[in-house]
Design a protein around this ligand. Structure first.
Ligand SMILES: *Cc1c(COP(=O)(O)O)cnc(C)c1O
Length: 221
């Protein structure tokens, strides 16, 4: 057993400069988060709003929080005042709600569009066609309080690294197409969030800029 700080240190040695590590702290208590914080880490990810709100108030104010799980529209108002990034935007309607609540909070919220790349049925996210349709929504250009900074995806949960790699490569392809197409004049579209404890090294090889790592840092859930 290694400490959270040791795990984090080890992980960061294998992650190149320019790739950010979101320490996924879901199900872990504030004390575990503080171990990573005291080791200098500031970027954490939670997948549930209620859990995030419950922990946040017990923790330092300079933590950057990413929401990485499915977000219900009626919960957006609770996180709009402080969230650094919502990585799991999976519908146009949700984006419009984030825009509205961010305006009320006097903020512009950075968002990633979640793309469904895995074979599993249950995972949320846009298909490539849905993504293209979404970018044709007439109202999109007037959402001034959200910034679409890139894409997020989760690969199939499998030991077959070739499947995982091909899914990441597929997501990278969509990302590049949008970066040089729809988002060509928007320099902030540059984030590709892919890779978790089991597959972050493959994700990095395939062009990830953000990895979301939980169990490798905090231990099994
Ligand atoms: C839980 C979770 C992770 C981290 O998973 P680990 O396998 O523990 O690293 C990453 N991304 C999302 C969306 C998650 O829900």
């Amino acid at each position: 057993m290694h400490s959270t700080a040791q795990n984090l240190d080890f992980l960061k040695r294998s992650v190149p400069q320019g790739v950010r590590v979101v320490a996924v702290s879901k199900t872990k208590p504030p004390s575990a988060i503080m171990e990573a914080y005291d080791a200098g880490h500031r970027l954490f990810g939670e997948n549930r709003v209620q859990e995030l709100l419950g922990k946040k108030d017990h923790l330092p104010g300079d933590i950057e929080w990413h929401l990485i799980g499915h977000l219900q529209s009626n919960k957006v108002k609770y996180i709009a005042p402080f969230i650094s990034m919502i990585e799991s935007v999976d519908s146009y309607r949700l984006l419009t709600v984030i825009d509205r609540e961010s305006r009320k909070a006097g903020r512009v919220t950075d968002c990633l569009l979640q793309v469904h790349i895995a074979k599993e049925e249950t995972k949320f996210g846009f298909s490539e066609t849905e993504l293209e349709d979404m970018l044709r929504e007439p109202g999109l250009a007037s959402l001034n309080n959200v910034r679409i900074c890139g894409l997020m995806g989760m690969a199939t949960f499998t030991d077959d690294t070739e499947i995982v790699r091909s899914e990441f490569r597929y997501l990278r392809g969509i990302f590049e197409k949008l970066k040089h197409g729809y988002f060509a004049s928007r320099g902030y579209f540059r984030e590709l969030s892919m890779g978790m404890s089991g597959d972050y090294l493959i994700a990095i090889e395939e062009g990830s800029t953000i990895v979301r790592v939980g169990s490798l840092i905090f231990g099994e859930r």
